[in-house]
Design a protein around this ligand. Sequence first.
Ligand code: DAK
Length: 260
Amino acid sequence: MSDSLILQQKSDGILTITIHRPQALNALNAEVIKALADAIDDAQTDGEVQTIVLTGSGDKAFVAGADIKEFADFSGKEGRALAKQGQEILFNRIERSTKPVIAAVNGFALGGGLELALACHIRIASDNARMGLPEVSLGVIPGYGGTQRLPQIVGKGKALEMILSAKMIGAEQAASCGLVNDVVPPELLTETANKMARSIMKNSPKAVSTAIQAVLSGYEDGINGFDAEINCFGASFETEDFKEGTQAFIEKRKPKFSGK
Ligand code: DAK
């Protein structure tokens, strides 16, 4: 059943995952979260996949939040347990994906939907996208990492404004505060996300995943990001990709990276 809640398409190294619950504006229920988590997991070991593009079905919404009808009756204990589980199985795993994940935000990205986009490494939005964390208007707070990742991306002041006001912002404003990397007309969204994916895929997959790891290190408790960078940097010299990249430069040819 969970298969039909997400659609997956592989082409030229790019796995496009489309959240497919258009009748509920792609709201995240437990089944969607599980299906997405499985797809992200499978992609880590799939040799045909080098980058992942995550988007929503239809032209109206990326994801309009966690499914309000599903969480309306939760107790505090259930809320805590499910937030922890959701963060671990999906949101943290997307952020820690060794293959870059690009969110193609094609409309509303609200609450858990914006949190999903925040967990991705890069966000491209269509110019009709609307983004916000409306949780406090429902009497809860963001529970899938929004209180942490939004300040990391846009700064504490703008994040607090968005979280406390519960207001949505448009794509241009999102770009001006660094929440999204680029804004394009809806008809160019897929191509722009794919173009970003292709520009990443020209580089060493091994170095790309190591760079993700090094950047994330700076946000982890008890880890000195500069030390982590030194270790990751040193490890790069031991890779086949490093040998190929430098050799190709010297031989004035394009590198053929193995990802090892
Ligand atoms: N959940 C469930 N159904 C939703 C939904 C959602 N988040 N958003 C939209 N829908 C459904 C609508 O109920 C409607 O269904 P029917 O009535 O046709 O059956 C259908 O999608 C179309 O929506 P509208 O008719 O409302 O469409 P409009 O164009 O008029 O409005 C809208 C679009 C996006 C402005 C509106 O749908 C809206 O305000 N949606 C809700 C946005 C929102 O507040 N999202 C939730 C944010 S809070 C948790 C962890 C995290 C969270 C919760 C729990 N735990 C670990 C437990 C996170 C919470 C959130 O995400």
